[in-house]
Design a protein around this ligand. Sequence first.
Ligand code: AMP
Ligand code: ZN
Length: 472
Amino acid sequence: MADCYTCFRPSPSDLPVRLYNTLTRRVESFVPADPGRVTLYVCGPTVYNYIHIGNARTFLVFDLLARTLKRRYPNVVYARNITDIDDKINAAARELGAPIGAITAQFDAAFSADMTGLGLLAPDVVPYATAHIAQIIAMIERLIASGHAYAAEGHVLFSVGSFPDYGKLSRRDPEDMLAGARIDVAPYKRDAGDFVLWKPSDETLPGWNSPWGRGRPGWHIECSAMAEAHLGDTIDIHGGGMDLQFPHHENEVAQSQCAHGGKIFARHWMHSGMLNLGGSKMSKSLGNTFHVHDLLRLVPAEALRYALLSGHYRQPLDWSESLIEQSVRTLDRLYGTLRDLGDATVDSNPAIPQAIEDALDDDLDTPKALAEIAGIAAAARKANSPEERAALKAALLGAGRALGLLQMDQAEWFARGADDSDDARIQSLVDERNAAKAARDFPRADAIRKQLADEGVLLEDTAQGVRWIRKR
Ligand code: AMP
Ligand code: ZN
């Protein structure tokens, strides 16, 4: 039977969403502890630089999850923190010769602008680590009092041996975890695997008075304390990128469970797959990144969303110029269909078709949802009667709404003026720059990079050669 694109759910909240749970390694029906208050915590960015499109993938996945849950439950509290105290921030401030507060304020604002630019909803709670120092200190005190942490030389460490479930979330072998920790064991650690909850700050570093002297928190305890402060001892869903499973999330579980007398910390854990560039994980430390801040000036936000949603969230996704190009082309076709349906009048807030809800309920199957959108558009192109055209146009707009796509005016979409004929010229300049670099003619190589940048072409050097992205 053909798909029904104009069928809608009578009562969506009766149907549980199915989500993969890292704890059990299975797709499970998600049943909140209290359907009257569903809680979601996602680890946010450390604000010392612009976020890259890999970070954005993770935040987009959880934005989609929050929207999906909010259609089913009347009260979803979604918290995504800002890490505004961290040694990487201190290092960036030193390098740039700027005050720490100026760095965090600048990149916090840039992060918000990027999220809005990509069409993400603001979370319900945005806790800042530096606004939770009292809660962090109180949690550390409880961990010391219950024998799960100890103070040594101005530091406080979590005693991993005191928590038998350590390693359960990431399913790491205790020996493997220790092998990593043994490389450079600080003298104040009782056990190589013990991790820092609090560390001393000299006068050049940000610090707060504490029972262990002036110091600052470790990264992991910040999330445990913020989740507790805003969502309670046990949260429904905890999310983040796959790369945070160990040690960050493992450490959050250990701290929170031990501080709460063994109560479960997160009932459901979700991890998004990594976005790769040139075969390696896109990451600030490798330097193979495209910043959202730059991409938003070159590529329509909806094309970035389409590209990020084209793969299932648990799988790795390769970022490339051709992925962007295909996404732009697909949206061109979909907006073209909407333009052709221009005469059909529809409601300003059309309902989301059941086929789309079903795909999202199935562990956020965005490739399936995008295929459904293509199916709706194909049916709309064949429809003749005014009623059918209006119904399918509404279905297309409703489907787009669920994914944050097709929200622009068609005229606005088509006004952006992309020009594919320029690709060969750009490639020849990239080739010339490669040749100049090989001949160690760096002034020429830099001049070409600058010329292309002025034209809106971004170059990225990766292990597999140069990638470029140009204005679309
Ligand atoms: P960070 O600021 O590095 O802690 O990263 C913020 C969020 O982005 C975390 O949830 C990370 O797991 C996620 N993340 C970092 N790199 C990538 C990547 N290449 N692909 C997808 N998510 C990422
Ligand atoms: Zn965290």
